[in-house]
Design a protein around this ligand. Sequence first.
Ligand SMILES: [Mn+2]
Length: 319
Amino acid sequence: MKQGVIIGFLGKTQDRFSEYQQPANTEQKLDIVTQIEGFDGVEIVFPYETGDPVKTKQLLDDRGLTFAAVNVNVKKETEWVPGALSRADKQVRERAVAMIKQGKDYAEAVGAPHVTCCPLSDGYDVLFQIDYRASWRYLVETFGEAADYKPEIPLFIEPKYSETRVHCQIDSTAKALLLLKEIGNPRTGVTLDFGHSMQSQENPAQMMVTTLESGFDVYIHTNDNDTKADWDLGGASRHFLHYVELMFWAQEIGYDKYFTTDASPRIFNMVDFYNRHSEVTRGVYTLAAKLDRAKYLKLMAEENWSELMALVNQEIYRI
Ligand SMILES: [Mn+2]
């Protein structure tokens, strides 16, 4: 398995109440990645961390690191705080699409495999706020245009139920799949964020498989939360069996992209936090690899649920 991290978490972060960790520039963040056991993938936020493509690629090469993805941020600019790709203002939408296209140019220049975009600010806070009909049509149009541009760099869309809008437009994996079906471009996929999927009351393993069965690709973000909010906790710290099941099915489908960490150390020691995350993610992956998949699938086909529960107790929980 390949593990990486969204390096935005490796500097100073803040929420509504507190600031966490110390500021770091891109070079310092990349140095931290090299201190985390088993990490060599980097998801970098475009355009805020990326800089000159040749120089940034050299910074990664010097450290033996690889681009896992380019994360195009279409929510930070002041005009995009209330939304970007689904906004009524055509020029606001056009500038957001242009940003994703530039992100693809950047990904191509540095040799990153794909771009991912989480349209967090697109949605609504109160009822009777947005025109659902127009905003959905705009999303199909804007993401469709971004997907069509340089399709050799696929566009992945990351759903999330809530935050920064109280109700995000792409509030579940199913909604992302509906959008991708409407767009109809096979060079697209879903960024399946474990915690986002849990917050949307989904089962990440099931939604990963459903996405592939729907004809779209999957890219995984690892973390955990309490399902009420997107806390970006370390992997399997709340939902161990879901984590095992995700790894079981990731192996079943032959997942070969990075498992990119989308977890925030907040109050914990940074390097220790990511080492524990790396350890449990690798450990669960190894545990899942030891399970006899053919046996599990056969028992499912035979509807032998009692035996399956016994196997989970013995082989996964080990009790
Ligand atoms: Mn994520």
